[in-house]
Design a binder for this molecule. Structure first.
Ligand SMILES: *Cc1c(COP(=O)(O)O)cnc(C)c1O
Length: 427
């Protein structure tokens, strides 16, 4: 995806310096080819290991805009949405509602109504109140809601505390070990306007190890068998969530998707047989691993401030408003100076954003080329959870997203203007 030409960093053959000259800084730059390649890796792996009996969904909270829904839809993906806003965006893109899975731990009545009226494929129900709400709203609309239950399988994934979701102490879903999940399934089996189509789990994010996924799959299959035996309800669909790690910095070593799929598929098949249940239809929900490495962010270096014997701050024209991940999780990134891409990265810099917060950093002690004001600093692997988490703090307009499609840059999300900043203010 990236290479160096005439001493300049290129993405899909286009010089980053040319892109920023045309579109300004800061800007997000994405490679459409890389997004598509990532989709195909999942598509091929699911096909190879489950045949037609599987569908990958794009977890769109990682990066949500009209164009990305179009892209993943054309690759045969479904989508996972977690809010009315994401659903609206997907529908605007012409996404097939039947392939949309509606998630969330605090869905409002309006969102449930919107999802049912739009004909989404599944609502992934999170709590007991929500089950009653879905039944009531579905009844008022005279439809049957096809739902999946969000289950906490009680699996510890080795990742950041804020992105762990599979353990009992989590705000998401019904717990297996205390019988909550079973009670929920029983409740649904007695409801008139809700049908239990599937079960879902998602154990966390940025996970490199396949063991927690295997364990989660086993627990979920055990649960499907229990429901079959005790409630005579056959659950046909098992959604194993997302969370596959990507490479942010050296030392992050993601497992090839195919290896992961192979391991899980073996478990799913052998475990189903042992439990005497049919192999369920499998869904996976990659978000980060579809878009993260497909994106970079380009900033302009505004100032270089060396504090003797302490550190050098390199201040750029963006920061936590376009990438809050350091502030949120202490995330690490790699960076380089696009216009000095041939030179060695031998300068230790703390890259700081422009916001009035000392914690507004892109990263501490990042190795980059020797920086000076006016340089174009690029940060790698920013395609996920950057634009989608961006804010207008300090009334900073959000950057545009430039997509490179077959060597041609085009704007897929416009840069916000000062007008946009005040558009909801009553003047
Ligand atoms: C966030 C999330 C995902 C995607 O996680 P990634 O780490 O981005 O792959 C998938 N499913 C659910 C329910 C999620 O909340």
């Amino acid at each position: 995806m990236t290479e160096t030409k005439d001493g300049v960093l290129c993405i899909d053959g286009v010089k980053v310096t040319d892109i920023v000259e045309k579109y300004g800084t800061p800007c997000y730059i994405m490679s459409e080819n890389t997004v598509r390649e990532n989709c195909r890796k999942y598509k091929n792996a699911t096909q190879k290991h489950y045949g037609k009996n599987a569908l990958p969904l794009y977890a769109s909270k990682a990066f949500s805009c009209v164009e990305i829904y179009k892209t993943v839809s054309s690759e045969g993906f479904g989508a996972d949405v977690v809010s009315g806003g994401e659903l609206y965006t997907a529908l605007k893109a012409g996404f097939d509602p039947k392939k949309i899975y509606f998630h969330g731990n605090a869905k409002t009545d309006d969102e449930i109504k919107y999802a049912l009226e739009s004909g989404v494929g599944r609502i992934v129900a999170d709590n007991a109140e929500e089950l009653c709400k879905i039944d009531r709203i579905a009844k008022s609309l005279n439809v049957t809601a096809e739902i999946s239950l969000r289950i906490k399988p009680g699996v510890e994934a080795h990742t950041h505390n804020f992105v762990k979701t599979g353990q009992i102490d989590s705000k998401f879903g019904f717990a297996l070990e205390n019988g909550e999940a079973f009670t929920a399934a029983k409740t649904v089996s007695e409801m008139k306007n809700v049908r239990l189509a599937g079960v879902h789990c998602h154990i966390g994010s940025q996970i490199f190890d396949s063991d927690p996924f295997v364990l989660a799959a086993k627990r979920m299959l055990g649960f499907i068998a229990k429901i079959k035996n005790e409630l005579s309800v056959e659950i046909k669909e098992l959604n194993l969530g997302g969370g596959f790690g990507i490479r942010y910095v050296e030392g992050d070593n993601p497992i090839p998707y195919d290896d992961y799929m192979k391991t899980i598929a073996q478990t799913v098949k052998s475990e189903s047989e042992a439990l005497g249940i049919a192999v369920p239809f499998i869904l996976v929900e990659p978000g980060r691993s579809i878009v993260a490495e497909a994106g970079i962010t380009a900033y302009k270096v505004i100032a270089v401030k060396t504090i003797e014997n302490i550190r050098t701050y390199v201040s750029v024209d963006g920061g936590m408003t376009d990438n809050p991940r350091y502030a949120l999780y202490g995330s690490k990134y790699e960076a380089c100076i696009a216009n000095k891409a041939d030179l060695p990265r031998d300068f230790k810099a703390t890259v700081a954003g422009r916001c009035c917060e000392s914690g507004d950093l892109i990263g501490e002690n990042m190795m980059i080329q020797r920086p000076e004001a006016g340089d174009i600093l690029t940060v790698f692997s920013t395609g996920a959870y950057n634009y989608s988490m961006a804010s207008n703090y300090n009334r900073v307009p959000r950057p545009p997203v430039i997509m490179i499609s077959n060597g041609e840059p085009r704007v897929i999300v416009k840069r916000e203007t000062y007008e946009d900043i005040v558009k909801n203010d009553i003047i």
